[in-house]
Design a protein around this ligand. Structure first.
Ligand code: HEM
Length: 370
C-alpha cells in the first residue's frame, strides 16, 4: 500500500489499531506491535498518541524525504540561532582529520584501560564514554575534563536546547582559542564563517555544546547495539578482524536492525495523502528496519547483508549532520577493541534486553576479556 492511501484492513486484521502508547507495556519487545502496524495499519491515526503512524520501510523513507512534512519545531527553535550548517561543515571540513585522530586516541585509551581485566560492561565502560571523549579530544579540551562534561551531557539539554554549565565551561575556552588558535576543532570553529561573517562566541559555544551533548547519547546507544549485535555473532567478528573494511557495512546493518532513535516526528505543512495539514506524523524507524517486504529475514543480524539501507539518520535537508562522525566512532571504536582485547567475547548467560521506547539500546553488555 502506498502512503497516499488510507489504511484498509486486510483479512484477519485486529479490529482496532494498536497505539504507540502501548509501547509503554511493549517496551521489552515492540516488534509484534510494529508488525501489526506494518501489516494491517500502514498509515493510521493513533488517537491516544496524537499522531499518524507510518511503519513500512518505503513509506517511512518517503515521509522523511517529502517536502510537505517538516521537522516538529522544538522549544529551542526561534530562541536560539540555528547553526546546523556551520556544524555540518565543521564535521565535514578540514576538522574531520582532527576528529578522526580524536576518535582513534580516545578509543585506544578506553580499550587499554580494560586490558588485563577478566571482565567488563562495555556499555558503562566504553560506549557511554567514547562519543564524549572523542568530542572533547577533537575540541582540544583536556582528557581530565571528560567525567565532568560527561555528567552535564547526560543531564540533557534545557528547554532552550542549551546546557548552562557546559556553556559557562566552554566560554573561557573559546576566548582563549580566539587569542591563540591551535589545530583543534574549537580553533577551527573560532575562525570559521557563517555566510561570510565569522561565527560569534555564542555560535561556537552552541555548536560545541551540540557536538558534546545532543549527539553523544545517540551515538553511545547505537554503539552499544552494534557491539551487542557483533558479539552475539563471534564468527562475523572473526571475519571483520581479518577484513576491517567490512566494519562500515556491519555498522549500517546494526542501524537497520536496532536504530538508537525509533521514532522521528514530522508535521504536515500541507495535506499529505490522508494526513491533513497541521497533523503530526510519527515515522517509525524501528518498524521500518524490520520490514520483511524490504529485507529478507529482517530480525536476523547479518554484518554482511548486501544492502542494509538504514533510515536511522533520516535524510537531508533535515537528516542527521553527525552521520559521518558517528560511523567513524563506531568503526574506529571497534578496531580499538579488537586490537587491544583479542580475547573479547560475550559473557556467558542471558544479556539484558534493549530498553527504551523512543530511544532504544541495551542497558549493559557484560563481556569476558581473557
Ligand atoms: C548513530 C548515531 C546517530 C544517529 C542514529 C542519529 C540520528 C539522528 C536522527 C534520526 C535525526 C533526526 C533526523 C530527521 O529529523 O530527519 C538526527 C538529527 C541530528 N543529529 Fe544525529 N544521530 C546520530 C549522531 C549524531 C552526531 C554524532 C551528531 C554530531 C554532532 C549529530 C547531530 C545531529 C544534528 C545537529 C541533528 C539535527 C539536524 C537538523 O535538524 O537539521 N547526530 N540525528
Amino acid at each position: 500500500m502506498s502512503i497516499t492511501q488510507t489504511a484498509g484492513a486486510p483479512p484477519r486484521a485486529p479490529r482496532r489499531p494498536p497505539s504507540l502508547r502501548n509501547l509503554r507495556t511493549a517496551a521489552a519487545d515492540p516488534y509484534p506491535l510494529y508488525r501489526t502496524l506494518r501489516e494491517h495499519f500502514p498509515l493510521v491515526y493513533d488517537e491516544p498518541f496524537g499522531a499518524w503512524l507510518v511503519s513500512r520501510h518505503d513509506d517511512v523513507r518517503a515521509a522523511l524525504t517529502d517536502p510537505r512534512l517538516a521537522p516538529v519545531p522544538s522549544p529551542a527553535d526561534g530562541r536560539t540561532p540555528d547553526h546546523r550548517e556551520a556544524l555540518a561543515s565543521a564535521l565535514w571540513g578540514p576538522a574531520l582529520r582532527a576528529l578522526t585522530a580524536a576518535v582513534d586516541r580516545s578509543a585506544f585509551v578506553l580499550a587499554r584501560r580494560l586490558a588485563g581485566r577478566e571482565s567488563a560492561d562495555l556499555v558503562a565502560e566504553f560506549c557511554d564514554w567514547l562519543p564524549t571523549a572523542t568530542a572533547l579530544a577533537a575540541l582540544g579540551i583536556p582528557y581530565e575534563e571528560t567525567a565532568r562534561v560527561h555528567r552535564w551531557c547526560r543531564a540533557g539539554l534545557d528547554h532552550r536546547g542549551r546546557h548552562p554549565e557546559l556553556d559557562a565551561f566552554l566560554r573561557p575556552l573559546v576566548a582563549r582559542r580566539r587569542a591563540h588558535p591551535g589545530g583543534d576543532l574549537l580553533s577551527a570553529l573560532c575562525t570559521a564563517g557563517d555566510g561570510g561573517r565569522p561565527l560569534s562566541d555564542e555560535a561556537v559555544t552552541h555548536i560545541a555544546g551540540t557536538l558534546l551533548g545532543a549527539a553523544g547519547g545517540t551515538t553511545a546507544r547505537a554503539l552499544a547495539s552494534f557491539l551487542g549485535n557483533l558479539l552475539e555473532h563471534p564468527r562475523q567478528v572473526d571475519v571483520i578482524r581479518a577484513r576491517p573494511e567490512l566494519a562500515a557495512g556491519a555498522w549500517a546493518e546494526s542501524l537497520r536492525r536496532d536504530p538508537p532513535v525509533h521514532v522521528v516526528l514530522r508535521w504536515a505543512t500541507a495535506p499529505f495523502g490522508a494526513v491533513p495539514a497541521g497533523a503530526t506524523v510519527a515515522c517509525l524507524l524501528g518498524a521500518a528496519g524490520r520490514d520483511r517486504a524490504r529485507f529478507a529475514d529482517p530480525d536476523r543480524y547479518d554484518a554482511f547483508r548486501p544492502d542494509p539501507a538504514p533510515l536511522a539518520y533520516g535524510f537531508q535537508p533535515h537528516g542527521c549532520s553527525g552521520a559521518l562522525l558517528a560511523g567513524l566512532t563506531a568503526e574506529r571504536g571497534l578496531r580499538a577493541l579488537l586490537t587491544t582485547l583479542p580475547g573479547l567475547r560475550r559473557a556467558p548467560g542471558a544479556w539484558a534486553a534493549p530498553e527504551g521506547r523512543f530511544h532504544r539500546s541495551p542497558p549493559a553488555l557484560p563481556v569476558r576479556l581473557r
